[in-house]
Design a protein around this ligand. Structure first.
Ligand code: SF4
Ligand code: SF4
Ligand code: SF4
Ligand code: FES
Length: 989
């Protein structure tokens, strides 16, 4: 290993390591105000100046090199560091004792202490700008802003929303939103990156303001007075006294501020972070150590938690009596559930009952739900909402490569030379994962191909944007694959070593000529050939897809086509390659992994396999049903047919999120006995006989599994509200009322049982998942996990993958004279799904108050529609009334409706057609007609919505522009006299 000498001591380093990282690793104390290891050198603060070969250099911006001799404590280096920091204090009022950021992690405070600064040479000068409170989630205080540019770097190059900049040429530079707009009217998506990385109190979460400290909630005049008192001490006593005082206050805070690690409850990216709380008040969400996200979050994970303390929370069991709900005791409610389940089982057999698990709840809870269904009731009628979205992707991978999960990690997507995104609005549905693609595309030359009906953000950024006709992705992918074979460009070595069924598959590609593809997809042959060339030329490719693929009648086959293309081009078994079905809910991967399926126990072990069943019978001490049960879709049919009499649903808003909502509601109204376990009185609750009040993720313990197969622990932030209980306890209560005799004292005991029966999770233990530790399945008994799948072989008995022959069929629910428009639907950044959780965060509701329908400018013109006009959409299955938003995100006769509405849910329009293989509803195959109503209204997207902003892309903070300022000079050149003592106490001048 190469060696550098720092302050006379030799230190080893790795090639490409930054000098500052070497120093930090070695424990050499050097100030570093603008440096954040997850963002790299920004070089704005100059506080990390060190002396190297007689020259002053910034340690953050210098690479370590063999034989380098560095002095951090030389008089010159120390003088430069202190001068640089003095300039920072010229921009920042040190009133730590009454500051909400006085929490031990303020870089300005800590650096003042580290450098033992007593008095500043450059006097503090306020900037001629007001504080900006126009964003509901955070505020900016220019007077406290030290112009370090961390926020700009985070917004430009980590989140890549490109809202923030600093105009270094201005007389009084400050951070600018969209070049100078109020925050609330800018393109800011409230992801919170900037607030997270701000090293001081210039950017603060509004939930912190006046809440974090003992003296920070004073009325403004009193607070200003306190600040004056604090500042008044400084000339006489110096900063040391102020810091000491503030550290006493900080220690007092420490005892009442709780910091708890959790995993985000929204999407499948799996962001994890600390939640800071004081009693039941959420002070802030602090991301830093998450394996999937680091410092990243989106608006939901950073700010979308008000629902937890909502007045609407269910806190007592409810029982329907005479058509009305009344509060009940737990004993009463559980007794009723057990009695009715037993009666129905006795009268109609166990298969007259069905169970739906929640992909928002923990792995342990899904495991217990399927154990309740199978071992206590005796039915395999068990499913979860992966049926609504992800099952086709899983099948596509089972058919071709063997495991039903992402074949690598988010870091592989980041590293790929080419990313292809099909049917996924990644920037809104999987925001933090999208940031990694945006970064690589912006900064590292990654190529991006997007195929989608809508020109969403990723489509805008793409090198090639394909807009095929709805439901034809399978065709263009198969045609591209055929072309690659025909041109002799397929990876034949890889295929002969690792893949079965090549010839049969090639034969199945015969119909997929470029001409056929062009005619059916509407994409020019040249474009398709360009795409094929890009794929062949890329050394590594990842394909990402989501509901735009899976929610079609050919969802499984299109997912298979994706994997076929990856195999034909050798894009498996290496870092930076593979298939990435982006899982929607936080634990939709885990719910299926842990047996909440009609045909599988945990780890996809088949219920119909005699040996496997015998293993579970032995473990659970019962006889188990031998045949696969009903899936969600079949359950609804079975209710209509009178075969299914009881349904137990937990954490799933079936009434709004299942397709053909009117048909689903009719079934829910009809079923003899419906148990709903929920945190709010959802739409589905309206049909319930018993409602059991449960806890959200912040009130319980367990594990979630994210899209990259990453298992992570969450810890309880709060006690359960009122009489609500964690779901695992409620399921155990129900089982025990039915005589099960379960005695789990903690979720870790449930996981021990799972691991013992499941080879895929053999080595998963709570100890191995302690804190921020994670495991990506499969996990061997010794704890070895697999971030990248298929490094040695594919998951088939002979270790080889399979190319799977496919045909294409027309989509269902086609347009005709009566239903002349195509309706697409999906997620919106700000809301999760139907919005039961996110509408309860005031700021989110303010910015995105309702759903709407996107209408193309050409259709709007033809039909006389303006923004805000009410329209009635009618499909073959139902109707809704919504307001229009006219936008070129959609084209021609294609409409788009976000799914965030409880009042006018898009699923009143969707059909009961399904993917043939998995019964996943074909949500994306819906035809409607649109009636323009008289009623006009304001644009359903208010002016404060980020979609109206005008980003200002640039390459990070662009510090070179600061260095060009006439009044800038590198510190340490004697132009400013520093009179503060050095680290060792001696004065430096
Ligand atoms: S988008 Fe907004 S919240 Fe996110 S980093 Fe940029 S300015 Fe900050
Ligand atoms: S607002 Fe931005 S530039 Fe100002 S101190 Fe915070 S991170 Fe640095
Ligand atoms: S919603 Fe998804 S991207 Fe946003 S913070 Fe949560 S896990 Fe991360
Ligand atoms: S830490 Fe190196 S310039 Fe700021």
């Amino acid at each position: 290993m190469p060696v550098a000498t720092i302050d006379g001591t030799k230190h080893e380093f790795s090639a490409g390591e930054r000098l500052l990282d070497v120093m930090n690793r070695a424990g050499v104390a050097v100030p570093q105000v603008c440096y954040h290891p997850q963002m790299g050198p920004i070089q704005t603060c100059d506080t990390c100046m060190v002396e190297m070969d007689g020259k002053l250099v910034r340690a953050c911006g210098t690479l370590a090199a063999e034989g380098l001799k560095v002095a951090t404590e030389s008089a010159r280096a120390q003088k430069a560091q202190r001068e640089a920091f003095d300039r920072i204090l010229g921009n920042h009022l040190l009133y730590c004792t009454v500051c909400d950021n006085n929490n031990g992690n303020c870089t300005v405070h800590n650096t003042t202490k580290m450098l033992a600064v007593e008095h500043q040479q450059i006097p503090y000068k306020p900037k001629p700008y007001d504080k900006d409170f126009t964003n509901p989630f955070y505020r900016y205080d220019p007077d406290q802003c030290i112009l370090c540019g961390r926020c700009v770097e985070a917004c430009q190059n980590v989140q890549v929303n490109e809202t923030l900049s600093i105009r270094w040429e201005d007389e009084h530079p400050r951070v600018l939103w969209d070049g100078g707009a109020p925050i609330g009217e800018s393109s800011c998506v409230s992801c919170g990156h900037c607030v997270t990385v701000c090293p001081c109190n210039a950017l603060m979460e509004t939930t912190m303001l006046g809440e974090a400290g003992y003296f920070t909630d004073l009325p403004k005049p009193a607070l200003d007075g306190m600040i004056d008192v604090v500042k008044g001490i400084e000339p006489e006593l110096g900063y040391g006294a102020i810091l000491q005082l503030s550290e006493v206050e900080e220690a007092m805070r420490e005892s009442r501020t709780k910091k708890t690690k959790t995993v985000c409850t929204y999407c499948g990216v799996g962001c994890s972070f600390d939640v800071w709380t004081r009693d039941r008040h959420i002070l802030k969400v602090e991301p830093e150590h998450g394996a999937a996200n680091g410092i990243s979050t989106c608006v939901k994970g950073k700010f979308g938690w008000e629902f937890v303390n909502s007045q609407d929370r269910l806190t007592k069991p409810l029982i329907r009596e005479d058509g009305k709900f009344r509060e009940a005791t737990w004993d009463e409610a559980l007794g009723l559930v057990a009695r009715r389940f037993s009666e129905i089982k006795a009268a109609h057999g166990p298969d007259a009952l069905a169970f739906v698990s929640s992909s928002k709840c923990t792995n342990e809870e899904s495991y217990l739900m399927q154990k309740l269904a199978r071992a206590v009731i005796g039915t395999n009628n068990m499913d979860n909402c992966s049926r609504y979205c992800q099952a086709p992707a899983t099948i596509g991978l089972f058919r071709t490569v063997g495991y039903g999960g992402d074949s690598g990690s988010i870091s592989d997507i980041e590293a790929a030379e080419l990313v292809v995104i099909v049917g996924s609005n990644t920037a809104e549905s999987h925001p933090v994962l999208a940031t990694r693609v945006k970064q690589s595309h912006k900064l590292r030359g990654q190529k991006l191909i997007v195929s989608d009906l809508r020109k969403h953000e990723m489509a805008h950024r793409a090198d090639v944007f394909l807009h095929p006709k709805p439901g034809t992705d399978l065709i263009w992918m198969s045609a591209v694959t055929r072309w690659i074979f025909d041109q002799g460009l397929a990876k034949t070595d890889f295929l002969s070593q690792w893949v079965n069924g090549v010839e049969e598959y090639r034969k199945s590609l015969e119909p997929f000529t470029m001409e056929f593809a062009s005619q059916r997809t509407g994409l020019p042959v040249e474009t398709l050939e360009k795409v094929a060339r890009m794929i062949v030329d890329a050394k590594s490719m990842c394909v990402l897809w989501a509901m735009g693929v899976t929610q079609h009648s050919m969802g499984s086959d299109t997912s298979t086509a994706i994997s076929n293309l990856l195999l034909a081009t050798g894009n498996y078994m290496r870092p930076g390659t593979g298939a990435y079905p982006l899982r929607g809910h936080n634990n939709v991967q885990g719910a299926s992994d842990h047996g909440a399926m009609p045909n599988n126990y945990t780890g996809y072990q088949k219920v119909e396999d005699l040996e496997i069943r015998a293993k579970f019978e032995k473990a659970w001490g019962v006889t188990l049903p031998p045949k696969a049960g009903l899936d969600n879709h079949q359950m609804i049919d079975a209710i209509h047919e009178g075969k299914l009499k009881a349904l137990y649903v937990f954490g799933e808003e079936m009434s709004l999120v299942d397709s053909n909502a009117n048909y689903v509601d009719a079934a829910l109204a009809k079923v003899d006995f419906l148990v709903i376990q929920e945190i709010f009185f959802s739409e589905t609750c309206k049909f319930a006989d018993v409602i059991l009040p449960a806890c959200p993720s912040l009130e319980k313990e367990g594990t979630f599994t994210s899209t990259e197969r990453r298992i992570q622990r969450l810890y309880p932030v709060f006690e359960p509200l009122g009489e609500s209980r964690p779901d695992w306890q409620i399921i155990m209560n129900v089982a025990n009322q039915l005589g099960a005799g379960w005695r789990y004292a903690h979720p870790s005991e449930i996981y021990q049982e799972i691991a013992a029966q499941t080879p895929m999770f053999a080595g998963v233990t709570y100890e191995r998942l302690e804190g921020y530790k994670t495991l990506q399945w499969p996990v061997a008994a010794d704890g070895t996990d697999q971030p990248l799948l298929y490094t040695q072989k594919f998951a088939f008995p002979d270790g080889k993958a399979k190319l799977f022959p496919l045909q294409w069929t027309e989509p269902t629910d086609q347009q005709d004279a009566n239903f002349d428009l195509h309706l697409n639907n999906g997620r919106l950044l700000e809301h999760f799904h139907e919005g039961n959780l996110t509408y309860r965060t005031k700021g989110i509701k303010e910015k995105t108050p309702s759903t709407f329908v996107e209408v193309s400018p050409e259709l709007a013109k033809a039909r006389g529609i303006d923004n805000g006009r009410w329209v009635e959409l009618t499909s073959r299955y139902g109707e809704v009334r919504v307001q229009a938003v006219v936008t070129d995100r959609v084209k021609g006769e294609e409409l788009y409706m976000p799914m965030n509405s409880t009042a006018e849910p898009v699923n009143r329009l969707t059909s009961s057609h399904t993917d043939v293989v998995t019964h996943t509803p074909a949500y994306k195959e819906t035809s409607v007609r649109m009636k323009v109503l008289e009623e006009e209204g304001a644009n359903p997207l208010p002016r404060t919505n980020s979609r109206f902003g005008h980003p200002t892309p640039q390459m990070g903070v662009e510090v070179e522009r600061k260095w060009k300022r006439a009044d800038y000079h590198e510190p340490g050149n004697g132009l400013v006299q520093i009179r503060t003592p050095g680290k060792s106490g001696e004065p430096v001048s």
